[in-house]
Design a protein around this ligand. Structure first.
Ligand code: GLN
Length: 488
């Protein structure tokens, strides 16, 4: 028998509207699932049980009164713990923000509330979203539901693990260099990074502001389309948000695959690519050709410089963004005693930040410092332009790009914690998309011989979310990878 927690958002919405299921029953079912599996997964930082049930009852009462509600009203959603939810701790998985209770809701949270969705908890992440494994959390790692000894990816590993383990119906994550798509691939769920500016970043605790973007993490592309429709749109509180109408994404999951031109970048299918990941991409290409699409090789010649440029730009921006945690206005304050202000800063920041965050602040301060700025930061910005041009060029020849989401299937916990560079290479296929500001989506593409998830990725031009969602939806109509569930 299907338990309510196993439903997709659209399935749940249908049951809610048919009065076969109440929001309270759905929320209680998800909370029950959390109580069953969470001690093994550790997807959540906080579960907001009682307020969620109270909200659900309110939705049920309003629906019973015949109020016109959004079809998704009453559906639980998990939020990455770098998103602000009023009066609920937002730790960013850092000791620095252990006691931070945001006094306001992020714009995306306001939009979720307006649609009647129910925040059910805050999910674990790599500290300040810096990492690819959710091991850099000050509150312990999250486990991959498919094999608890493996990482779920990161930094939105709590959100992707929660969706994969049915500990929520929907989730939000953030993606600066791959943090939605890489863990989506590792957990066998759907993760969409929208075009830079498509979703307001107001109330997202900043990591690298020219790259950060909030996006949906869901059980399939149809749910991602529904969730993006709710959270997208211009916001005067985020000057980088785009002034463009929000399409009815779910209604746009139609159209022709026949004749669609799909490009596969040769620089992504390199010798070092894991054979099973390569096979998943090739199988997907075959699937689309059978549907009448045209797959051809393309070139993104500056790909090899993307990781270096990404790690200069993101660390530079992080060093600036994280300067606010001084123990005065924001963040943990050391116990003292202090002889002077500098000592207070030093002790507070030394205690509050973990090793990866400190590494990035130092790298970022270095690449921005006088005498090195031109050699590193400015050069990285130039590379960024070249990478963007590569994509512009490619999209004159093809409509959409198909490629791996990650170079390997999930790796065991602890395998890369001693080697930051190895960890950084997890982002080779995702970070270029952030540098270019484009939308990208990772969806389940199969499994390794060892039963671990493998993701595939679609990348489209600016504001082509409808297209990449449609392509993903077509793939999911013809395959069943996304319906496979970990045995827990
Ligand atoms: N893994 C990448 C990093 O460590 C991306 C992180 C992210 O997208 N937030 O920077």
């Amino acid at each position: 028998m299907t338990e309510p927690y196993q439903l997709t958002a659209w399935q749940a919405a249908e049951a809610l509207q048919a009065r076969e299921l109440s929001a309270r029953e759905l929320t209680a079912s998800v909370l029950h699932r959390i109580s069953q599996v969470e001690d093994r997964i550790h997807a959540y930082q906080h579960v907001i049980a009682e307020p969620a049930l109270a909200l659900a009852e309110d939705i049920d009462a309003r629906r019973a009164r015949g109020e016109a509600l959004h079809p998704w009203a009453g559906i639980p959603i998990a939020l990455k713990d770098n998103l602000c939810l009023r009066d609920v701790p937002a730790t960013c998985s850092s000791k620095m923000l252990e006691k931070f209770f945001p006094p306001y809701d992020a714009t995306v949270v306001e939009k979720l509330r307006a649609a009647g969705l129910i925040p059910i908890g805050k999910t674990n992440l790599d500290e300040f979203a810096m990492g690819s494994s959710t091991e850099n959390s000050a509150y312990g790692r999250t486990c991959n539901p498919w094999n608890l000894d493996y990482v779920p990816g990161g930094s939105s590993g709590g959100s992707t693990a929660a969706v994969s383990a049915d500990e929520t119906i929907l989730a939000l994550g953030s993606d600066t260099g791959g943090s939605i798509r890489q863990p989506a691939a590792f957990c066998s769920v759907t993760g969409l990074k929208p075009t830079y500016g498509r979703v307001s970043r107001w109330g997202l605790i900043a990591f690298a502001s020219s790259l950060d973007q909030i996006g949906p993490i869901t059980k399939d592309a149809r749910d991602a389309a529904g969730l993006l429709r709710i959270i997208a749109g211009q916001d005067r509180r985020d000057s980088t948000s785009i002034d463009a109408p929000v399409p009815d994404y779910p209604a746009e999951l139609t159209g022709e695959i026949k004749g669609l031109r799909i490009g596969i970048p040769k620089e992504y299918m390199i010798a070092g690519l894991n054979a099973e990941v390569r096979a998943a991409v090739e199988n997907a290409a075959r699937f689309f050709e059978e549907q009448g699409a045209i797959c051809r090789e393309i070139s993104l010649p500056h790909t090899e410089y993307a990781i270096a440029a990404y790690y200069m730009i993101c660390t530079a921006e992080a060093s600036s963004n994280l300067a606010r945690y001084d123990g005065v206005v924001f963040g943990h304050r050391g116990a003292g005693p202090f002889d002077n202000l500098i000592e207070m800063y030093c002790q507070s920041r030394s205690e509050g930040f973990g090793p990866e965050v400190k590494r990035r602040i130092m790298l970022g301060t270095y690449v921005l410092s006088a005498g090195y700025y031109d050699a590193y930061y400015r050069r990285a910005q130039r590379v960024r332009t070249l990478i963007k041009r590569d994509f512009d060029q490619a999209f004159t020849r093809v409509d959409v790009i198909l490629c791996p989401a990650t170079p390997t299937p999930p790796f065991p916990a602890g395998a890369k914690t001693g080697d930051p560079l190895e960890m950084y290479l997890s982002d080779v296929f995702t970070a270029p998309v952030n540098l270019a500001g484009l939308p990208g989506i990772a969806i389940p593409g199969g499994f390794s011989a060892g039963g671990l998830p493998i993701g595939i990725q679609f990348i489209g031009p600016v504001l082509s979310e409808s297209l990449i969602l449609h392509v993903s939806h077509c793939f999911q109509l013809g395959t069943s990878h996304h319906r496979m569930k970990p045995r827990l």
